[in-house]
Design a protein around this ligand. Sequence first.
Ligand code: G3I
Length: 464
Amino acid sequence: MSSSALHDRGNARVRTGRRAALVSAAVGTVAAGMVLALATAASAGTTLATAAAEKGRYFGTAVAANKLSDSTYVGILNREFDMVTPENEMKWDATEPSQGQFNYTNADRIVGHAQTNGMRVRGHALAWHSQQPGWAQNLSGSALRSAMVNHVTQVATHYRGKIHSWDVVNEAFADGGSGARRDSNLQRTGNDWIEVAFRTARTADPGAKLCYNDYNTDGQNAKSNAVYAMVSDFKARGVPIDCVGFQSHFNSASPVPADYQANLQRFANLGLDVQITELDIEGSGTAQANSFANVTKACLAVSRCTGISVWGIRDTDSWRASGTPLLFDGNGNKKAAYTATLDALNGGTTPPTSAPSTTAPPTTPPPGTGCTASLSLQTWTGGFVATVRVTAGSAGTNGWAATVTLPAGTAVTNAWNAQNSGSTGTVRFGNVAYNGQLTAGQSTEFGFQGTGTPPSDTPSCTAS
Ligand code: G3I
């Protein structure tokens, strides 16, 4: 894989705080008196997470547990991102180093950090031909199939309620023009190993979105066509799948394809979410910045593209550091690629259908000076995901808190884009750093997952 030795010098960007722009305010005088034209508020995010959230998307990064003691790394992580993917810590070799003996220490550190800071987690990856522990590499046939099913069950159950999306199966198709499955010990257990993994994951964690994830599938080609055929078949036969992940590792030999958006769209048209899961683009300067902007715009243009994750924070954190493929330089400074990505997030126009982020502009000023909250639910036997929409009143907010009353026996297991106090009874959800400030009439969403009977009352909301 080619790489550039040039280091981007970074582009430290003056932080100006939250920018709020009045879109229009016009006063006209007519004979009968004054007509006050509408003043509607629009805003631009000042971080990747806030800008993405205003388009109803998340913005995530791969995280390595051993870097959570690096204050520069954590400072950027907490400021810029609202989704994390453990880079290696949830893989089979890390979580089940000996058969039947599970070690969640490092993955739990990342999940704990995410929960403490109001971020969500992409789980990566339950079943993969690579990074298997030695004992699994030496298994075959029904013994390997059973081991895979047990692994998926154990890991997905351990993290039940804490995962936004799981990469259930990773990289199962061959490169090149064959359109064939990749040969692997898992593939040799039978062609149905992928759907078995998905069914097993659904049973273990019914609240997580279940994704198929791969690379070199970013444009239309033989490999992506084969993935398309498989997920079409899964949808037709009711195999539980919710999303397709496009890793999006790019460099000069494998640039962002011209049909990137069209390829995302054709998968979305199958009734699936699409996610950009491991984005990095080797290069520097304007060319790299333009490529990041193009990827970001493509996601915003596809209503079911629900989020973007980059594969690391600083160039020096990358699995291919010499290619300087990320948004921050080795010192943690924002690169031109960062600015281009943020600007693209702020310039996009298409809200997602699955999680709209903005309401239609109000025709009258929003009532009251506090805030209001509304609740929507996705439920299944024994559990639910709640999405709470907080809307600022006429004074806007510097912070807010929504209070939800839970039925007896119900408990919150995980929250995102908000910090909860308590998990049973009357639970208060306060804003996190990036979503407390709302202009008049502006909305933001947070969510939580719970076990038991879902709440039925409208949450109350207080603003500061
Ligand atoms: O932690 C050990 C260290 O103790 C040891 O001294 C060193 C010696 O080689 O290895 C270290 O582990 C390495 C690990 O990364 C942590 O740095 C492994 O050797 C190395 O194989 C591993 O590479 C990871 C790679 O997946 C393995 O396939 C990369 O970090 C990770 O970024 C990469 O991520 C993959 C995605 O999971 C799937 N898509 C492609 C993507 C990039 O390859």
